[in-house]
Design a binder for this molecule. Structure first.
Ligand SMILES: [Mn+2]
Length: 237
């Protein structure tokens, strides 16, 4: 059956931290029945580092015209790529990302300007998209760059254990969609009327979890299983 284009309503799709998992990204797009002509796709950031196929992720981002907020890894990637391509050895901290840099070097001319055009938040009437979160007391306007990129706990603590920023977020506020918190896993918090006000989509695909997507208009989560073995998330990132 051919469905007339005019009868297809526009959807708003979100996908959590991809971290170089191009295969799962492609599978999830297929599960979501992504259509470029009628769907808007948003990513929570940290799309490239760690995983096996960052260049494949870049191809899919181009193919889907995905929008993305800046993640903590994306934030450093342009400089690290330039450094790598100029022959300067990357710092020890980035040594485990050498494969990522090697894989992305051939597409750096297009990728670097795209990365540098990304914003820390995307604020639309129906949602606020950020990588890690916002300051739950000061709100979007009072959130620092560091908080947008790496906040997990509130009150802030060293490490990853503790109440989350979204535990302190006012449910009457706008729906916030975020990633970054693989240890926290998939998060959906709902108001009394059932509508979501917080959605966390980093379910640790690169650590053997799932890659998670969300369809705003249908209030529906869609996940694909990771092809990676279960592993502990390193605590230093
Ligand atoms: Mn992150």
């Amino acid at each position: 059956m051919i469905i007339p284009e005019s009868s297809i309503s526009q959807r708003t799709l979100f996908i959590g931290d991809i971290h170089g998992c191009a295969r799962e990204f492609e599978q999830l797009l297929s599960e979501l029945q992504f259509r470029k002509s009628s769907d808007l796709l948003y990513l929570t950031g940290d799309a490239f580092t760690r995983g096996p196929d960052p260049a494949g992720v870049w191809t899919l981002i181009r193919d889907t015209d995905a929008k993305m907020v800046l993640g903590n890894h994306d934030y450093r990637l342009p400089d690290r790529l330039r450094q790598h391509m100029s022959g300067t050895p990357v710092s020890k901290h980035w040594a485990d990302h050498l494969k990522t840099l090697e894989a992305l070097a051939p597409v750096a001319d297009a990728l670097i300007p795209w990365l540098e055009s990304l914003t820390l938040w995307i604020d639309e009437p129906d949602f606020l998209l950020v990588h890690a979160g916002i300051n739950p007391e000061k709100g979007l306007e009072g959130t620092t760059t560091d908080e947008f990129l790496v906040i997990r706990t509130w009150p802030p603590v060293e490490g990853i254990v503790g109440p989350r920023w979204h535990d302190a977020y006012d449910p009457t506020g706008k729906l916030v969609i975020f990633g970054h918190d693989a240890p926290g896993g998939l998060v959906i918090k709902r108001r009394d009327d059932g509508s979501p006000y917080v959605i966390g989509l980093d379910s640790g695909c690169i650590y053997g979890g799932q890659l998670s997507g969300y369809v705003l208009e249908e209030d529906r989560v869609v996940q694909v299983e990771s092809s990676h073995p279960r592993s502990e998330r390193p605590n230093n990132h």
